[in-house]
Design a binder for this molecule. Sequence first.
Ligand SMILES: [Zn+2]
Length: 64
Amino acid sequence: MAGYTSDVAKSHKKFTAALNRAKTRQACLSAYWKHKKEHENLLKKHLKEELADVNKKKAKIPYR
Ligand SMILES: [Zn+2]
């Protein structure tokens, strides 16, 4: 959880820096697409971990 938050913060920092450095329209867009991809991968990984937690907890609760 803490890992996810700081990974996202790092990714945003990288994106902001890249956007500040961008001198062309194309560079602005590619900074965005690169960040979007990274952001999506981090989120996907994070949700997968959370689902694993849910399933672990769920397995301990009996059917009724
Ligand atoms: Zn973002």
